[in-house]
Design a protein around this ligand. Structure first.
Ligand code: G4P
Length: 538
């Protein structure tokens, strides 16, 4: 793992002001509402309500995915960029949207390879829910720094210590209060900003009004009594006293290492606590981090432009059959029209129509810096895991492809359309939406996914985007393992196990079986071979 640095003084100012992060949460905790307030304070939208409206517009546009509408899940992830001024600093925030549904964990994992930090939103009444926990585990794999936002404090919520305890216990991470709530539910008046010694008072009458902020000289300041009812003030003093004794202090390094999370309390719908959280991201959040790559790491301060594809989205607009590769810039200053080398194919690519995703719309990216996410429209050359450089043969690592947990046979409703089906499946495989295996023996394809819902998504997309009705049927196999090793050993193995061998969409050899026993047997009988459940995307 690479060391995480904070505001490295030698970084160009444009890079040092960038904060690239994702929001993770359980559905309904308030991610959309919080995103909307972020954009509102970032000046990217004028009115609350636009993100949702945009979400609906997007859904209408992607009507081909009836399911997305029916189930209210968001299948399309995107990135949004906006500026945020805080004190003397002006930050550029890049917010990468994570798909919330548990069926898209692989996609989510890869999305999280493109960010430097994550905001974990929890519902103050519900605490750490299942999806939060799962997403947190993914962040932990990458030691991402986490900022926590405890939302819906305007409603009846749990006791503050109980919430903090739950996070510490369930997620095994230290928690330090960045703010402390005063009163609960109807009695909730606001928060004490622990990091800045301020009192933030929520305005219940106007949901879009940002909290009144009052500078306080410690807990004995008589000004407190002017704003907080006496019984709540006593409680606040008592609780903060206890918090001081029981909870760790904010420690910037522990936060960057991912072992300590600061928690803010607020109410996104009431615009409360959001600005403080944004200030926190700006002030403490990591600058663009080094990227692990082969044969060497990429530093954000390097002059040459390097970036990698972490997501490919096809047919965003069914009318145009366009494909957008989402690229996280790992270093340098990119300008529109720049020629970059596509490392996998060693071919030059002129990037003439890169897009930046601003809240209201996409627009051409005239320039971008390390930390930014740009979208590159292309015709399928760019795949997940691909690296772009100014010529150097360097490959970004750490973007895995997981062995699918569910396998099914896929057949075209019309057997004459097998070639069409192959094309459609290959495209989804490149997009990272599924694994496609072509068995050595027999016809048809085996499609592998991580979550069951993806079969339905695929079937409906193939039908809508390619006019091809398809059937998914149970496969005789339940596990897939990539095979690697010395050529002679691989050949011998393949010859002896023909009925179990497929090739994936990159042409790599895969062993398919339904028995763990089989996998153990191969490992015993062919000690030179490695059977692997993940494959680096390359
Ligand atoms: P999500 O993206 O994480 O799924 O959550 P979203 O923002 O859509 O919020 C889920 C519900 O919680 C919404 O209500 C939203 O208005 C509400 N909500 C968000 N923040 C707060 C808060 O601070 N306090 C309270 N009391 N509610 C909050 P809904 O009824 O599902 O939708 P809507 O009718 O309000 O649009």
């Amino acid at each position: 793992m690479l060391d995480r640095a904070h505001n490295a003084p030698d970084l160009p100012a444009e890079i040092a002001r960038r904060r690239t992060f994702a929001i993770i949460s359980h559905p309904d905790a308030g991610k959309t509402t919080l995103t909307e307030k972020f954009l509102l304070y970032g000046g990217a939208i004028q009115m609350a309500g636009q993100v949702r409206a945009k979400g609906e517009a997007r859904r209408t546009r992607s009507d081909f995915m009836q399911m997305e509408k029916d189930r209210g899940i968001s299948v399309s992830a995107s990135a949004m960029s906006f500026d945020f001024a805080s004190g003397d600093a002006n930050y550029r925030f890049n917010l990468v949207d994570t798909p919330g549904h548990s069926d898209f964990s692989e996609d989510t994992y890869r999305t999280l390879t493109a960010v430097d930090a994550a905001i974990m939103v929890i519902d103050g009444a519900k605490g750490v829910e299942s999806q939060t926990q799962k997403l947190f585990e993914v962040c932990r794999l990458r030691d991402l720094p986490i900022l926590t936002f405890c939302n819906k404090m305007d409603r009846e919520s749990r006791d503050t210590f109980e919430i903090i305890d739950e996070i510490q216990e369930n997620l095994a991470i230290d928690v330090t209060p960045a703010s402390w709530p005063i009163g609960v539910g109807r009695e909730f008046v606001g928060c004490y900003d622990v990091l800045n010694d301020r009192l933030e008072i929520m305005d219940r009458a106007d949901r879009n009004k940002v909290a009144e902020s009052i500078k306080i000289a410690g807990l004995d300041d008589p000004k407190l009594a002017d704003h907080v009812p006496a019984h709540l003030l006593d409680q606040l003093r008592e609780e903060l006293e206890m918090a001081k004794e029981l909870l760790p202090k904010f420690d910037a390094q522990a936060f960057l290492d991912g072992t300590l999370t600061p928690i803010w309390f607020g109410s996104a719908i009431n615009s409360f606590g959001v600005k403080e959280l944004m200030d926190g991201i700006g002030r403490y959040g990591p600058v663009p981090q080094p990227q692990s790559a082969e044969p060497r790491h990429i530093g954000p301060d390097e002059n040459k432009v390097m970036g990698f594809v972490f997501k490919v989205q096809a047919n965003m607009d069914p009318k145009h059959r366009d494909r957008v590769a989402f690229v996280r810039l790992a270093s340098g200053h990119f300008t529109r029209g720049q020629k970059l080398t596509h490392v996998r194919t060693k071919k030059p690519m002129a990037i003439s129509n890169p897009v930046l995703f601003l809240a209201s719309d996409r627009e051409l990216a005239e320039e971008a810096w390390a930390g930014d996410i740009i979208g590159i429209p292309n015709h399928g050359q760019l795949r997940i895991g691909d690296t772009l450089t100014e010529g150097e043969a360097i490959r970004v690592t750490g973007i895995p492809s997981f062995a699918p947990e569910l396998l099914q046979n896929c057949r075209a409703g019309d057997p004459m359309k097998a070639k069409h089906l192959e094309k459609a499946l290959m495209q989804f495989a490149e997009e990272g939406a599924a694994k496609v295996f072509k068995p050595n023996i027999g016809s048809g394809f085996i499609v592998g996914v991580v979550g069951a819902l993806q079969f339905e998504v695929l079937a409906s997309r193939i039908e809508m985007e390619y006019g091809l009705p398809v059937r998914f049927e149970p496969s005789q196999f339940t596990s897939a393992r990539w095979v690697s090793g010395p050529k002679a050993a691989v050949d011998k193995f393949v010859n002896a196990n023909k009925q179990h061998i497929s090739h994936d969409n990159d042409g790599d050899i895969v062993f398919m079986t339904r028995l763990q026993w089989d996998i153990d047997r191969v490992e015993r009988d062919y000690p030179e071979l490695t059977l692997s459940a993940t494959k680096e995307m390359m």
